[in-house]
Design a binder for this molecule. Structure first.
Ligand code: CTP
Ligand code: MG
Length: 214
């Protein structure tokens, strides 16, 4: 089965205050971690970049311009994935702590028959529903997970799910919307998404820890 990974890196980093994909982290750029894990586990990599980007991505990847939303950027990437590809992985450039082992675990779940596989984590906090600042209910935490990327998909299912150009905060949501079977694999605690400036310092500490352990 051939596997391609789409690394989405076309966001503007509004909450961070600039292009977080290019920030220095452990001697590389944030984006380089996603590229390395993708290259290690995939037959090909498509990187989706801002329309005006002139980034050095190394020779082995395809790069395409993204769109106004994350879902649009994924579709731009999907258009550059070869037709004969069987499994497509979608990963946020803003998650530098996702390693090759995590990529393999979502890919393997799709190889084993799921339409899609996502890394998920149980929630430790109690979850309340609110209206403004008033609590109107408590959610059953045991049936909730928070999910991350990389997310893997049977290629035909992901293409079908994106066919009507839906919007979602992740790709599993658009697959769920067409009735696809999405399974959850264990998501690492440290697979943080760099969203705000403080997250970069946390990522730096986690990468240093990982290097000390290696
Ligand atoms: N992304 C993208 N195209 C967009 C929006 C987001 O490729 N139009 C990518 C980002 O580059 C990032 C991933 O999707 O790697 C997750 O998005 P997010 O963390 O929200 O990044 P930004 O959209 O850049 O940040 P913000 O929402 O704060 O502007
Ligand atoms: Mg965003």
């Amino acid at each position: 089965m051939s596997v391609w990974t789409i690394v989405v890196a076309a966001g503007s980093g509004e909450r961070f205050g600039g292009p977080k994909q290019l920030m220095a982290l452990g001697g590389r750029r944030v984006l380089d971690y996603a590229l390395a894990a993708a290259a290690e586990t995939s037959d090909g990599v498509v990187v989706v970049v801002p329309a005006d980007a002139d980034w050095d991505l190394g020779g082995a990847v395809r790069s395409v311009a993204g769109g106004a939303t994350r879902s649009e950027s994924v579709r731009c990437g999907l258009a550059a994935v070869p037709d004969e590809c069987d499994v497509v992985v979608v990963h946020d450039a803003a998650r530098p702590l996702a390693d090759a082992a995590l990529f393999r675990s979502v890919i393997d779940a799709v190889r084993a028959g799921a339409d899609a596989a996502v890394p998920g984590r149980a929630i430790a906090d109690t979850v309340k529903r609110v209206e403004g600042d008033v609590v109107v209910g408590t959610e059953p935490r045991e049936s909730l997970v928070t999910v991350q990327t990389p997310q893997a998909f049977r290629a035909s299912v992901l293409r079908a799910a994106h066919g009507a150009e839906p919007e979602g905060t992740d790709d599993a949501a658009v697959v769920e919307a067409i009735g696809g079977r999405v399974v959850v694999v264990g998501g690492p605690r440290d697979n943080l998404k760099i969203t705000e400036p403080e997250d970069l310092a946390r990522a730096e500490a986690l990468i240093r820890e990982r290097e000390l352990r290696a």
